[in-house]
Ligand binder design. Sequence first.
Ligand code: NAD
Ligand code: IPM
Ligand code: MN
Length: 352
Amino acid sequence: MNIQFTYLPGDGIGPEVGAAALFVLETVSDVFAHSLQIEAQLIGGAAIDAGEKPLPDATFESCQRTGAILLGAVGGPKWDHLTGADRPELGSLLPLRKRLNLYANIRPCKPYDGLLDRAPLKRDRLEGTDFVVMRELTGGIYFGAKGRDAGGAYDECRYSEAEVERIAIKAFDLAMQRRRKVTSVDKSNVLETSRLWRETVEQVSRRYPEVTLEHLLVDAMTMHMLTRPTDFDVVLTENMFGDILTDEASVLCGSMGVIPSASLSDGTIGLFEPIHGSAPDIAGQGKANPIAMILSAAWMLRLSFGLEAEASAIEAAVAGALDASEVTGDLGGALTTAEVGRAVAQRVRNAA
Ligand code: NAD
Ligand code: IPM
Ligand code: MN
């Protein structure tokens, strides 16, 4: 098969973890006799530095055409003085997600066995943790009117019933393939959008009698996630809460550098990216953990190309590398970003 995708390394550690993931993909396509057609494009600060818009037309066109996108990260201190849509975050990543209608962002939290003793939480709390966060990605406060007025600033948060309904359906459908439990997280004691969220999720849940539905307020959820992480199966939440809760979930998994994500729509387009950012504090030093990016590439093979065996081969190789402590400093190891990429690739080759 010809694996054609758009590669957006972006900023900071994006190109470093990206290079490791490409190395693994090259090995996989060699071992499984595929060809790779990589369309590298500019995005974020890298695009701005090249004199382009944060999301150049050629980049968007490539994403739309290939329908499979592997992205590193955007943003960093160099572009923090910029405002509004001139910023890498607001001018590239958000419009990319919005224009491709990628409203369903899936972020898994399943600590690898090899990491149970490396995570900040105790092994007995973590063992058996296996949940997925279904984060709404194209609505809410990120996309409402924002601006300044006399003496202040505002960010409007809006959700339509249709937006809540479609992400709830994704969550319940996923729960039907898993342990049949949905935990919906909101702030319905305060926010009107959360009251709509809760009502709509209740309505959708009536179509899924086999699925147990639990509602939690987001403040309490930050605590429950750490004290009883094994109780969750599918965690359904809105855009900003999902952003915050998944960084917290990374603590259960040992590092920000191990959680991949898929952003999907109703069609076939998929955007695959680690949940972490450009990590300016470690960029350019070979310290970044490439596992989240490598797992994002595996998800792209599975979900955009239907290459299940290839995706599983990468995931097994990652598990093997973690078991053997072939890891970067964030997980207590001594390997560089590129060395982890090579270790995972070697394991893919050895297993073939
Ligand atoms: P961050 O996720 O970049 O980093 C948070 C902390 O986690 C840092 O200490 C960093 O060193 C560490 N970390 C992150 N990824 C790691 C990895 N792969 N290996 C080892 N350690 C890792 O968040 P931040 O520092 O708050 O944000 C930095 C920039 O990234 C900001 O401009 C932000 O807007 C942007 N950002 C972009 C994305 C994205 O493109 N999807 C996501 C989050 C943040
Ligand atoms: C993420 C990031 C982005 C988000 C930022 C960079 C816009 O934090 O993907 O988690 O908040 O969605
Ligand atoms: Mn985030």
